[in-house]
Design a protein around this ligand. Sequence first.
Ligand code: TPS
Length: 314
Amino acid sequence: MRESQAIQRLRRIATSPAALGLADDTALLDGLVLTHDSIAEGVHFLPADPAASVGWKLVTVNLSDLAAKGASPAAALLSLALSGDDAWDMSFLDGIEAACESYGLALVGGDTIALPAGAPRVFGLTAIGRAGERVPLRKGGKDGDVLWLIGTLGDSAAGLELLREDGASTGPLVDIYRRPVPLLAPGQVLAPHAHAMMDVSDGLLLDAMRLAEASALNAEIDLDAIPLSKAFIAERGESLDARLFAATGGDDYALLVAMPPDVDPLSLSLPRGTTIARIGTLAAEGSLLSLSSGGSPVPLPEHLGHEHRGNSPA
Ligand code: TPS
């Protein structure tokens, strides 16, 4: 089964208004923003990744969903699966502790089980945030909105490729793959002004298409405007191919924001050093997602991003 098929079925179960029709990355309940992300060995992290970085990543990918709603971190529940390797498990918890402390998230409970011998590691975390004055959803985009991207794209996917080629690779790209930084402060500054916001975890093109679809609009993206880091450019260059790689790789934890055209996010008090770029627009006309580079249209690549699917042939 594909992820999208599973979600269709889940929508008939998750009928509470808090679930937002499962059309967002979070649920909203009594002023709280709720999210849950899991992290599995071989799917989200490599068996050789340092245990502390896996713990860090579990917390920060959840915080990224809170960031996209402009929420402030409050509390977390951890689903911990002990692997039998005590040093690994202790170090994993060090990573959980470091991330919780860094971002003011209080671990308040959860559950611990022991994995069967040899089973791949899987962990889950529920993060709970306090909503700000406005919670921008995926579906709030309006005709004529400007699409802004906060953060850079492709670093993590490039880091993963380096690790796949040579597990001993180090450097900024590998660090970003292993230790994403949730953009909480920018999210809180932008949320009161944004029509729609989401984090880019599955790849910009797939996530932008989801935002456009949820808003019943069409997204146009200028690939030349996609922000790339110096480390990414040094590794892969800035060609159209490199930009398409960056726009589809995923694991970025950047923020995609649909802003009314009369709001200039550069005039808001974003933290010093925030990378922000105007990458496109939302429009009533056009196709769900269209790309351009050098002023010419670019055909959509076959894979727009990361979609989970089971092993059955369907
Ligand atoms: C070992 N990847 C896995 S899940 C995901 C991406 C881009 C999207 C976000 O996950 N292989 C390894 N590690 C990785 N991180 C990837 C592949 C790439 P979700 O949709 O579950 O939030």
